[in-house]
Design a protein around this ligand. Structure first.
Ligand code: NDP
Length: 236
């Protein structure tokens, strides 16, 4: 940790925590919230020398349950309005013939299990806040109904992990309803990041603007929903 959570004062807008904030959509989401005046806790595996601008930087490897629990302990007593589970990996994309146990389990651990462990660790922080929104950055690739409509690639692990993440969203939405915590899955679109690749349709800024607008509008009426960056509902 380069800057303690006490170093940067409270924002009247509230606090947002983003996992996987080192690059890609997570970094851009964190920067968008910081630019909008929010207090941002940017969680990264490797805390950079000098931190990340005006954002608080916390070390978090979501593949490591102990790292998630340690983050929860460090943030004890902090109100966090919005938690964005964004960190993910793609894993092997070579199809059924190259499916490999350790790769599959690592993708499931990072993309599906970690968001549940983060939700458990940071639930007290959400309860201490006003907004109480928990976001899963998922993917249409994990939709049972739509995931294979226009894609016949070989990424079994990633698609299975995002389908599992979607169930985690629905289950958490049910579980956290009485606590007033809204839980949603969002599809960012196909975006030009390291994961999305250079051929992807969307610029990071366009996706992030859409995602942020959706998150900012989220109320308990939206809990348990799955929408794309452009506001369209995605079928589970
Ligand atoms: P990137 O590959 O560009 O970035 C992934 C981020 O996740 C990095 O910050 C990376 O950190 C972090 N991460 C990976 N493993 C861990 C870990 N064990 N602990 C902590 N952080 C980790 O991906 P995108 O920005 O494109 O994707 C962001 C989200 O959007 C993901 O959930 C992805 O599934 C989803 N998505 C993306 C799409 C796209 O087209 N780009 C399409 C649909 C969904 P580090 O730098 O340390 O590796």
């Amino acid at each position: 940790m380069t800057s303690s959570t006490a170093d940067i004062g409270a924002s009247p807008l509230g606090t947002v925590l983003v996992t996987g904030a080192s690059r890609g959509l997570g970094r851009a989401l964190a920067e968008a919230y910081a630019a909008g005046g929010w207090r941002v806790i940017a969680c990264v595996r490797q805390v950079p020398e000098g931190g990340l601008g005006s954002m608080l930087c916390e070390a978090l490897d979501v593949a490591d349950a102990a790292s998630i629990e340690a983050l929860g302990r460090r943030l004890e007593g902090e109100a966090i309005d919005i938690v964005i589970n964004n960190a993910a990996i793609r894993g092997d994309v070579g199809g059924l013939s190259s499916l490999e146990t350790n790769d599959f389990l690592e993708v499931m651990r990072i993309n599906a299990l970690a968001p549940l462990l983060v939700a458990r660790a940071l639930k007290p922080n959400l309860l201490a806040a006003q907004r109480r929104v928990l976001v899963s950055i998922s993917s249409r690739a994990g939709s049972l109904a739509e995931g294979t409509l226009d894609d016949d690639d070989g990424d079994y692990a990633y698609r299975c992990s995002k389908a599992a993440l979607n169930m985690a969203t629905v289950k958490l939405a049910q579980d956290f309803r009485s606590d007033g915590i809204a839980v949603i899955s969002l599809h960012p679109g196909w975006v030009r990041t390291d994961m999305g690749g250079a051929q992807a349709q969307l610029a990071v800024a366009e996706s992030v603007a859409g995602l942020k607008a959706l998150i900012d509008q989220t109320t308990m009426a939206d809990t348990g929903s799955f929408r794309a960056y452009d506001g369209k509902t995605v079928s589970w």
